[in-house]
Design a protein around this ligand. Structure first.
Ligand SMILES: Nc1ncnc2c1ncn2[C@@H]1O[C@H](COP(=O)(O)OP(=O)(O)OP(=O)(O)O)[C@@H](O)[C@H]1O
Length: 867
C-alpha cells in the first residue's frame, strides 16, 4: 500500500495527498507533518512513517482550512474494494482542489472575491499581470514596465490579494526583486511554470478559444502582448486543475494604471482601507464603516470600489448623485434594504450554473433572488434616476427565467441529483405518470384494466398477479371471442385464458423500476432546466451586476445617514477645501461627540497663491496622524462617490494618494526601518504629480537627527517646488517650523498647558508647535519618575547648548510675507554653506536662463558675505 501511495504522491508532489483508507483520508510523511501542524491533528506513525488522518465525512471542513492556508489538495479515492486476501484496492486521484480554483461554497469567503492570478515578464522586461475570480467570471489584466515595476507588482498583489498565483520558474533568477514581492504574501499558493508555457502564439489561440472569438482585438490585445501569455495560462490551469467549463468567462478587461485613483501597497495598508495593521482583519477599517451592504455581491463590489476609487469628475458626480437620491429618499432606502436582504449570491450561483455544478438548492436560491430582484425594480418610480430603472426587455427575460424555475423546481429541492425530489408535479407529464405509478400502483392498474374493459366490452376482465409470470389479464371462456389482437396469450386454463399486452409489460417494468426511473428522469429534467438557465447567463450576469451596484450605492447612502456624513462638491481648479473633517473610523470608536473636527484648505493650481503644502508640527499624542489619515480618507471616500465625514468638502479629484506614515520594519524582506521609509519616500518622489495628494508622517525619523532633518527638509522642498502636489507633512522636527516658502503653510495641533498639566485639544491651528511634550507622553505611558526627571535635565542641557535653536518657537502661519526665498535657519542645523550647496544641487542647469544664473550667484555671494 505504501508503494502505491508513493507512486501516486510522485505525480502530485506540489499537493497534499488525501489518501483514502476506509472511512479516512490519510496523509503521510512531510504532508502529515505539515497538515498535523496546520490543522492541529495528532501525528501518529505507521511502520515508522509519520501519518495523520481525517474522517472522510468531515473532510470538507479540513479542506477549507487547508485552502485558507494556501495549500493544494489532491483527493485520492479508493476505486475498488478487494475481497479478502485479494491484494490492495485500486486508487486514483479524482479531484484537485486549489485555493484559487475552488468553487464550492464551503471553501469560499462570502464577501471576498477568490482570485487566481498569473504574472509573466516578457524577454524585454514588460510585466503582465492577470487575475480571475472563477466563482464570478471576473477576468482582468494589465501590463507595466520600468523601474517602478516591483512597486507596481506589490500594489497589484495587495489590491487583488490572490489566493493563488502562477509565475515563471525563472522569476527568482531573472528578476529577484519581483520575486521578493511574492514573499510578502504568506498564505498565497505559488505555482511555478517553465518558460515554454508562455508561448505567445498558442496562448493567443487558447484565449480566442476560451472567449469564443476569432481575435482578441476587441479586448485591445495583440499576439505580441505579454498579457496574452499570462491570461492564457490562467485558462489552461483552470481547465487542467478544476476541469471547469468556463462559459461564464466571456472576456478579459484590460486596465491601465491611470484608469483609477492609484493607491500603492503601503498607502493601502497605512490607511487601513480593508485590513487593519494590527491583525489584518477588517475591524477598524474604512471598509467596515462603509459596509452597510445586504448582499455578498454588494459587499464584494464595495471592496472592489475601495480598491479602485474614480478619478473622472463626471463619473464621481454621477455615482454621488445616485447615492444622494437614495439618501434623500429614506423610505425607499429602507424598503430597498429589506428586499436586498432576500437576494442571494446571483453572481456565484450563475457561475456554478455555467460550470455545471449548481445543485437543486442553488437553482431555488436563484429563483428567490430573481423574484426579489423584480420586486426591487418595482420600488423605483418613473421619476427615479434612469440608471435605477430597468429596460422592459431585460425585465421580461428575468421574468421568464424566474417562471421557468418556479414552475419546474420543488421548493425543498434536494442537493443531490440522485435522490429525486427535484421537480415539481405538473412540469413533466411523464414524471407525473411515474409518480402516480409509484404512489398508486394499484390504481394505475385499475385504470388500465378499466380502459381495456371499455375498449373490449369484456365486463369481467381482471388484472391478476403471480410470482411466476407477474401481472396478467384474465379472460373467461365466454368472453374469448371479444379478445382484441393486441392481447398476447400467456396460458390457457380450464375456465379461461391469461393474456398480457405490451402496455401491461411496460406498466409492470415501470412498477418494478419506478423509483430508479423517477430519480433518473428527475435528474435528466433538472439538467435540462439547468442548461436552459445556463443558456441565459447574460440575463443573470445583468441582474447580478445591477444588484451589486444598487447594494453598494445604498450602502453609501445608509452609512451617510448613520454617521451624519455630507455630500462633497467637486471642482477642477486644484483646490481641496475640507471644513470640519472627521476620521470616519476613529470617530466611531470614541464617545459620541468627542471627536474634534478639523479642516484644511490646500490648492495645487499653478496660478493660485494659496498653500499647496501644509507642514504640521505638534506634540506627540496631539492627533497629527489621525488628521493626516482623515484627510486622505475623506478624499478617497469622495472619489468613491460616497458622502464624507465633514461639514463641507470641495475637492478636485486627485490622481494618486500616497500615505507614508510612521516607520515599520519589514524584516521579512530583510529591510531595516529606515530603508523601508526611504524606499517608500523614493517611490513617492518618483511618481507623485501635481494632481496627487501626498501624506507624509515623520519622514526621516528612522535615522540620526541631523540626517533625518536634512532629508525631511529636502523632501519638503522637492515636493513643494518640483512636484507641487497637495501635501500634508507632519514632523517632530521643530526646526522645520522655520522654513518659509510662498506656498508652504505651518499648522500645529493645539495644546493647553497649565500648572504642569497638558491637555491635547486635537484642534488644528495655524502656526507651529513650540514643544513636543514627549516627556509628558512618557509620563502618561508610565515611565518611572526617576527616568523622567533625568530626561528633563538632559533637555535643559541641550537647550543651553543650542540657545538659539530652542528660542525659535512659534512662527507666524500661512500669512507668509517673504514670497521668494527661504529665510535662514538656526546656525547649528542649517549652516549657510550647506543651504547654498543644497540649493545649487537642486537647480536644473539645463533649464536655467543666463539671467537667473547670475541672480543665483549674486544671492549666494551676498549670503556668504553676510550682506
Ligand atoms: N480630532 C480628534 N478628536 C478626538 N480624539 C482624537 C482626535 N485626533 C486624534 N485623537 C485621539 O488621540 C490619540 C492620538 O492621536 P494620534 O495618534 O493621531 O496623535 P499623533 O500626534 O500622531 O501622535 P504621535 O506623534 O505620538 O504619533 C488617538 O488615540 C486618537 O484616538
Amino acid at each position: 500500500m505504501m508503494a502505491q501511495y508513493l507512486r501516486i504522491k510522485e505525480d502530485h508532489r506540489d499537493a497534499v495527498l488525501f489518501f483514502r483508507l476506509g472511512d479516512f483520508y490519510e496523509m503521510f510523511h512531510q504532508d502529515a507533518i505539515e497538515v498535523s501542524r496546520l490543522l492541529n491533528l495528532t501525528l501518529t506513525q505507521r511502520a515508522g512513517n509519520p501519518m495523520c488522518g481525517i474522517p472522510y465525512h468531515a473532510s470538507r471542513v479540513y479542506i477549507a482550512r487547508l485552502l485558507r492556508a494556501g495549500k493544494k489538495i489532491a483527493i485520492c479515492e479508493q476505486l475498488t474494494i478487494p475481497g479478502p486476501g485479494k491484494g490492495i484496492a485500486e486508487r486514483k486521484v479524482v479531484e484537485i482542489i486549489t485555493p484559487g480554483t475552488a468553487v464550492e461554497e464551503e471553501y469560499l469567503e462570502q464577501n471576498v472575491n477568490n482570485y487566481l492570478a498569473s504574472f509573466y515578464v516578457s524577454p524585454d522586461g514588460v510585466c503582465a499581470y492577470s487575475y480571475i475570480d472563477v466563482t464570478t467570471g471576473e477576468f482582468a489584466g494589465t501590463v507595466f514596465s520600468g523601474p517602478d515595476s516591483p512597486e507596481r507588482f506589490r500594489k497589484e498583489l495587495g489590491r487583488i490579494q490572490p489566493r493563488e498565483i502562477l509565475v515563471p520558474q525563472s522569476l527568482g533568477d531573472s528578476y529577484p526583486i519581483l520575486a521578493e514581492a511574492l514573499a510578502d504574501q504568506s498564505s498565497m499558493l505559488i505555482n511555478r511554470y517553465p518558460e515554454w508555457s508562455y508561448n505567445l502564439q498558442s496562448a493567443y489561440k487558447r484565449l480566442c478559444g476560451a472567449f469564443r472569438t476569432a481575435s482578441l482585438q476587441s479586448f485591445g490585445l495583440t499576439e505580441a502582448s505579454p498579457l496574452v501569455a499570462s491570461a492564457a495560462l490562467v485558462i489552461e490551469y483552470l481547465n487542467q486543475t478544476a476541469g471547469a467549463a468556463l462559459s461564464h468567462v466571456s472576456g478579459i478587461t484590460v486596465y491601465g494604471e491611470t484608469d483609477f485613483l492609484s493607491i500603492d501597497d503601503s498607502t493601502r495598508k497605512n490607511l487601513e482601507l480593508v485590513q487593519n495593521l494590527r491583525d489584518g482583519s477588517s475591524s477598524y477599517t474604512l471598509y467596515e464603516v462603509l459596509n452597510q451592504t445586504r448582499t455578498a455581491m454588494g459587499a464584494r463590489l464595495l471592496r472592489a470600489w475601495i480598491h479602485h476609487p474614480l478619478t473622472d469628475r463626471s463619473a464621481i458626480e454621477e455615482r454621488n448623485s445616485l447615492v444622494d437620491y437614495l439618501y434623500r429618499s429614506q423610505r425607499l432606502l429602507a424598503r430597498l434594504r429589506d428586499h436586498l436582504s432576500t437576494v442571494l449570491d446571483i453572481e456565484r450561483l450563475a457561475a456554478r450554473v455555467s460550470m455545471e455544478r449548481a445543485h437543486g438548492k442553488d437553482l431555488v436560491a436563484l429563483k428567490q433572488s430573481l423574484e426579489a430582484f423584480l420586486k426591487i425594480q418595482q420600488i423605483f418610480s418613473s421619476d427615479a434616476p434612469a440608471s435605477f430603472r430597468m429596460e422592459a426587455a431585460v425585465a421580461d427575460s428575468i421574468l421568464q427565467l424566474k417562471e421557468l424555475l418556479s414552475s419546474s423546481l420543488k421548493e425543498d429541492c434536494s442537493i443531490l441529483l440522485t435522490e429525486g425530489n427535484l421537480i415539481k408535479d405538473g412540469w413533466s407529464p411523464r414524471l407525473d405518470e411515474l409518480r402516480a405509478l409509484r404512489d398508486n400502483s394499484q390504481a394505475v392498474l385499475d385504470a388500465y384494466v378499466a380502459e381495456e374493459r371499455d375498449n373490449t366490452g369484456i365486463q369481467n376482465l381482471k388484472i391478476r398477479y403471480n410470482r411466476l409470470i407477474g401481472y396478467y389479464l384474465e379472460v373467461s371462456k365466454g368472453n374469448l371471442h371479444a379478445v382484441p389482437s393486441h392481447f398476447i396469450r400467456r396460458r390457457s386454463l380450464s375456465n379461461g385464458e391469461r393474456f398480457t399486452t405490451d402496455r401491461l409489460v411496460e406498466l409492470e417494468t415501470e412498477l418494478n423500476g419506478v423509483h430508479a426511473n423517477i430519480t433518473e428522469l428527475e435528474q435528466q429534467l433538472f439538467l435540462e432546466i439547468r442548461a436552459r438557465v445556463g443558456a441565459d447567463l447574460e440575463t443573470l450576469s445583468y441582474a447580478a451586476k445591477r444588484i451589486s451596484r444598487l447594494d453598494a450605492l445604498q450602502s453609501f447612502a445608509h452609512a451617510a445617514t448613520l454617521y451624519a456624513w455630507t455630500k462633497p462638491a467637486f471642482s477642477d481648479s486644484g483646490v481641496m477645501d475640507i471644513r470640519g473633517g472627521r476620521h470616519p473610523v476613529v470617530e466611531l470608536h470614541l464617545p459620541s461627540g468627542s471627536f474634534v473636527p478639523n479642516g484644511i484648505t490646500l490648492d495645487s493650481a499653478a496660478e493660485s497663491d494659496a498653500p499647496s503644502f501644509a507642514l504640521i508640527t505638534g506634540p506627540n499624542m496631539a492627533g497629527k496622524s489621525t488628521f493626516l489619515r482623515q484627510t486622505a480618507l475623506i478624499t478617497l471616500m469622495a472619489q468613491l462617490g460616497s458622502f464624507v465625514p465633514a461639514e463641507s468638502v470641495v475637492l478636485t479629484p486627485v490622481d494618486r494618494i500616497f500615505c507614508r506614515v510612521g516607520a515599520s520594519d519589514n524584516l521579512a524582506r530583510g529591510e531595516s526601518t529606515f530603508l523601508v521609509e526611504m524606499t517608500e519616500t523614493a517611490h513617492i518622489l518618483r511618481t507623485a504629480t501635481k494632481s496627487s495628494l501626498v501624506i507624509m508622517d515623520e519622514v526621516g525619523r528612522g535615522t540620526s537627527t541631523e540626517d533625518g532633518l536634512a532629508i525631511a527638509r529636502s523632501v519638503t522642498e522637492y515636493l513643494l517646488h518640483s512636484i507641487g502636489a497637495k501635501t500634508l507633512f507632519a514632523t517632530h522636527y521643530h526646526e522645520l517650523s522655520h522654513l518659509q516658502f510662498p506656498r508652504l503653510a505651518h499648522f500645529c495641533l493645539d495644546v493647553l498647558e497649565s500648572e504642569g498639566t497638558v491637555v491635547f485639544l486635537k484642534k488644528l491651528r495655524s502656526g507651529a508647535s513650540a514643544n513636543s511634550y514627549g516627556i509628558h507622553v512618557a509620563r502618561l505611558a508610565g515611565i518611572p519618575d526617576q527616568v523622567l526627571e533625568a530626561a528633563k535635565k538632559y533637555v535643559k542641557l541641550r537647550e543651553n547648548d543650542f540657545p538659539e535653536a530652542s528660542a525659535l518657537s512659534s512662527v507666524p502661519d500661512a500669512a507668509i510675507e517673504a514670497k521668494s526665498k527661504p529665510i535662514s535657519f538656526g546656525p547649528s542645523l542649517f549652516p549657510e554653506e550647506e543651504l547654498i550647496l543644497n540649493e545649487l544641487l537642486s537647480i536644473s542647469i539645463e533649464s536655467l536662463t543666463p539671467l537667473q544664473a547670475l541672480t543665483y550667484l549674486d544671492g549666494w555671494k551676498r549670503k556668504l558675505s553676510g550682506s
